[in-house]
Design a protein around this ligand. Structure first.
Ligand SMILES: [Ca+2]
Length: 91
């Protein structure tokens, strides 16, 4: 398996680990997302920050975060953290 495929597989494995804790195993509740962010990313810390972040991820407003919504946010984060790479790719 290529390194890129391994990275994609790892993203899904981590998502599934938290999504399977309550409710639909294919989506993250706010509680599951808060735990994922706290353990895997060290944040956000306050309920207000969490509510704001959850709102940014829950693109369709259905009250849960799908894998697609989660990955879309990660993609935006990667592009912001690696602007040189992103600008080269789009030129
Ligand atoms: Ca959603």
């Amino acid at each position: 398996m290529s390194q890129l495929m391994q990275a994609m597989d790892l993203l899904r494995t981590i998502f599934d680990k938290y999504a399977g804790k309550e409710g639909d195993k294919d989506t993250l509740t706010k509680k599951e997302l808060a735990e994922l962010l706290r353990i895997e990313f060290s944040g956000p810390q306050s309920k207000a920050e969490m509510d704001k972040f959850f709102g940014m991820l829950d693109n369709d407003g259905d009250g849960v975060v799908s894998f697609e919504e989660y990955v879309r946010r990660l993609q935006n984060r990667i592009c912001k953290n690696y602007p040189t790479f992103y600008s080269k790719k789009n030129n």
